[in-house]
Design a protein around this ligand. Structure first.
Ligand code: STR
Length: 523
């Protein structure tokens, strides 16, 4: 369970369910005495010499000690003050180690990355991914590695050096700019719908070459089901701790199934269309690249393994979608929110743009090297408000160790990226938005080792370079053409954030002022 799933476990456990749990504790304890060999109550027990652990009750685990007020990343940061930066707890029956500092995070993700590259099986994500036929949530296996390599290679066909992503973003940015510049400027407006629509459009083009006009019915459908998945998955977390809760009617879970069905119907149609029109030439989009790679003969003769099936292709497309839209649009909205708080940062980015690119031509990938400060602004946005403040859970695939403490096979490990990114020992004034911290004395970019916005190691985000490029292209084009301001008399954006499927800013309003020569948004 990722932060979003965790938060729903912590904050929205209905009293009736808690009561039910307590009754079940008794029942299970009785049954365990009566039925010989009735499975272990809790998955792998902590090894001896082990990590400080929160108290726990049978079945409920440490949940009663977690309170219900704080989102997981803040709760864990607080618990780390009490129990130490490496501590453990029981999420229901699951023994879970929580890592809060960058040395241990790097050990789990990088040095012992292979040991901890597993993923737990969860009800909601299994529903979302047809039982783990995706990249993010699927457990580690040779097939997963093959699948991931295929996705990675397919992504490189569209990323840096190909100009494809640049063409797509630049075509979408034009209409985004027009839309923003025609918003109700005197009262201000929420930039979120326009930004999300633009990012969705980019992903649609990348994945299946669909180009949508404003208000297109299919685009609306995509946005609607995606929204449905986001809303319901955030509420469905309890079944991930107690899968047996599935036997009870669960509104969120049924709505999730409904949205997944709509999603799969649309994507299956796209897949069939692509199969029918697949040619020997260059792949047109991600679906083409995956289909070509799928038949690329990875299946070794005589092996029983099924290889990369149509289901895998479908789930990859679906995930590219969910991951590509939620994360990128949220990061953009965080950065805009911080720019309203720090007009001096916005001015410095624009000065850099004016000096290095000017206002006559669009900013392109090749300008990236000349715009270090903009890169720092993007990094600082991802540091101070990581979209995934607790990374997707890892599991130990063998007996291993963290910080010298033994950790058993099957243990779940949560990396609290939030506390890594806000550690006062490594970041000066961690709560201050200061892009300059990513520049050294000579004005060169630096990448501190405690900056891990995409995770690291075998499970590092497969879309990292695509994401960075997209953020760069969106922000550079927007800030070249317009300035973002707070509407007169409106409050500055709230920077606390709310945890949905990712950590999002609360809605806020902006006013957009065109820069010289860009009054109509396009040239
Ligand atoms: C968002 C909603 C959706 O339609 C599909 C997905 C699947 C991939 C998820 C994505 C979600 C939320 C953000 C995730 C992403 C995989 C990696 C990314 C969790 C649930 C992060 O780790 C931030």
């Amino acid at each position: 369970m990722s932060s979003w799933l965790l938060s729903s476990v912590l904050s929205s456990v209905p009293p009736s369910v808690l009561l039910l749990c307590v009754l079940l504790v008794g029942l299970i304890l009785v049954l365990r005495r009566l039925v010989p060999g009735a499975g272990p109550l809790s998955s792998p027990a902590p090894a001896r010499g082990s990590i400080p652990c929160l108290p726990r009750l049978p079945v409920l685990g440490s949940l009663p000690w977690l309170g219900g007020r704080l989102p997981p990343h803040l709760l864990f940061t607080q618990l780390a003050h009490r129990y130490g930066r490496l501590f453990a707890l029981y999420l229901g029956p699951h023994y879970t180690v929580v890592v809060n500092d960058h040395q241990h995070a790097r050990e789990v993700l990088l040095q012992r990355g292979r040991d901890f590259a597993g993923r737990p099986s969860m009800v909601t994500t299994n529903l979302l991914t047809r039982g783990g036929k995706d990249i993010a949530f699927s457990d580690y296996s040779p097939l997963w590695k093959l699948h991931r390599r295929l996705v990675h290679n397919s992504f490189t066909l569209f990323g840096e050096g190909t100009g494809r992503l640049q063409d797509i973003v630049l075509s979408v940015v034009d209409s985004l700019c027009v839309e923003l510049l025609t918003g109700p400027q005197h009262r201000g407006f929420d930039p979120s719908p326009a930004v999300t629509r633009a990012v969705t459009n980019v992903v649609c083009m990348l994945v299946f070459s669909a180009t949508y006009r404003h208000g297109d019915a299919e685009l609306q459908e995509v946005i609607r089901y995606n929204d449905g998945i986001v809303q319901t998955i955030t509420r469905g977390g309890l079944v991930d701790v107690y899968p047996w809760l599935q036997v009870f009617p669960n509104k969120s879970l049924s709505k999730l199934k409904e949205c997944v069905t709509v999603r799969d119907r649309l994507l299956t149609r796209k897949l069939e269309e692509h199969k029918a029109s697949l040619s020997d030439g260059d792949p047109r989009d991600l679906l083409d690249a995956l289909l070509k790679g799928q038949t690329g003969g990875q299946r070794s003769p005589g092996s029983k393994e099924e290889g990369i099936t149509d289901d895998h292709v479908l789930m990859t497309a679906a995930e590219a979608f969910g991951a590509g839209v939620e994360t990128t649009s949220t990061t953009l909205l965080w950065i805009l929110a911080y720019l309203l708080h720090h007009p001096e940062v916005q001015e410095r980015v624009q000065k850099e743009l004016d000096e290095q690119v000017g206002g006559e031509r669009p900013v392109g990938v090749s300008d990236r090297g000349r715009l270090p400060y903009l890169d720092c602004v993007i990094n600082e946005g991802m540091r101070i408000r990581p979209v995934s403040p607790v990374l997707i859970p890892h599991t130990a695939m063998t007996d291993s160790s963290i910080g010298g403490h033994p950790v058993c096979h099957g243990t779940r490990v949560l990396v609290n990226l939030w506390s890594v990114h806000h550690d006062p020992q490594h970041w000066d004034k961690p709560d201050l938005f200061n892009p300059g911290r990513f520049l050294d004395d000579q004005g060169q970019r630096v990448m501190p080792s405690c900056f891990l916005p995409f995770g690291a190691g075998p499970r590092v985000c497969v879309g990292e370079s695509l994401a960075r490029l997209e953020l760069f292209l969106f922000l550079s084009s927007l800030l070249q053409r317009m300035s973002f301001r707070r509407p007169n008399g409106a409050p500055l954006p709230n920077l606390q954030g709310q945890l949905g499927v990712v950590l999002q800013p609360l809605p806020y309003k902006v006013v957009v002022v065109p820069r010289a020569g860009w009054e109509s948004g396009v040239k």
